[in-house]
Design a binder for this molecule. Structure first.
Ligand code: GLY
Length: 288
């Protein structure tokens, strides 16, 4: 099996001057995930690595650079799923964690539960030896200024999907959620089936966009189900986004791989940055 990784940096409305930096961030995240695959990492290792890279990048709404809730605080959601093991880990409404996707991985490895939220998730992070960070470390000047100006950034979520050399598939998603959301709001990115899904029989999906609409149509699972019958991931991605728009009445986007390593991506939002890499591409390719 030939490995492949696809990364997205969120779908929505972006200031034009930010677009190139977003493409470049996705390109570098795809490379980070690809290197993990080359080192013999699993698809799950690769998607975790790519998403952690984007969480560290201040331009993306995940980890550092997350949007602020109505109280002016960062609360983040993240999830990942391994298709071969058919197991998942997720966290919701977590604070003071630099890389929520790495905490989701610890929930996965612990194996007792799938989703931990808020103080319980933060306590689990401490108990499992994860170093926390101050609330200020996650807040960029840009997001603070937007919050003060009541200016909606309306661009959420980063994610990745991958296939490894053994044919294993995985997906990961992470977000600061919605600008000025209520404290305690948990969105699709924490929910297996809505924001993230992987099934070793078919493929893996990571979703971005209007969380409430995505949850109503359980979009990531819907998209993976559309891969049955050997449907190409590109067709499945388009159909899934049509479900989001028509049935869910929402905007967003999706990246998808199937177990054969074929790739799909689609969005009905004005902008979505994505990058892809496999052996034949030689370097990350932007999926414009
Ligand atoms: N899709 C990200 C969110 O709504 O939280």
């Amino acid at each position: 099996m030939k490995p492949v990784i696809v990364v997205h940096g969120g779908a929505g409305r972006v200031p034009e001057e930010d677009e190139e930096e977003r493409w470049e961030g996705c390109r570098r995240a795809a490379l980070a995930g690809w290197r993990r695959l080359l080192q013999g990492g699993s698809a799950l290792d690769a998607v975790e690595e790519a998403v952690a890279f984007l969480e560290d990048h201040p331009l993306f709404n995940a980890g550092r650079g997350s949007v602020l809730n109505v109280a002016g605080e960062v609360e983040m959601d993240a999830s990942l799923m391994d298709g071969k093991q058919f197991q998942a880990g997720a966290v919701g409404a977590v604070r003071n964690i630099r890389n929520p996707i790495r905490l989701a991985r610890r929930v996965f490895e612990d194996g007792k539960h799938i989703l931990l939220v808020a103080e319980g998730a933060e306590r689990f992070a401490r108990d499992s030896g994860m170093t926390g960070c101050s609330a200020e470390e996650l807040v960029t000047e840009r997001q603070r200024a937007r919050w003060e100006a009541m200016k909606d950034t309306n661009l959420g979520t980063v994610g990745a999907v991958a296939v490894d050399g053994t044919g294993g598939v995985a997906a990961a998603t992470s977000t600061g959620g919605l600008h000025r959301k209520r404290p305690g709001r948990v969105g699709d990115s924490a929910l297996i089936g809505a924001g993230t899904y992987a099934d070793g029989l078919w493929g893996a999906a990571s979703v971005t966009g209007d969380g409430e609409a995505i949850m109503r149509v359980v979009l990531a699972k819907t998209a993976v189900d559309l891969l049955t019958g050997d449907r190409h991931p590109q067709d499945a991605a388009r159909l899934a986004v049509a479900v989001l728009g028509e049935r869910g009445q929402g905007e967003g986007g999706i990246i998808l791989v199937d177990c054969k390593g074929r790739v799909g991506h689609a969005h009905n939002a004005p902008f979505m940055s994505c990058a892809f890499m496999d052996e034949t591409s030689g370097a990350p390719l932007l999926l414009r």
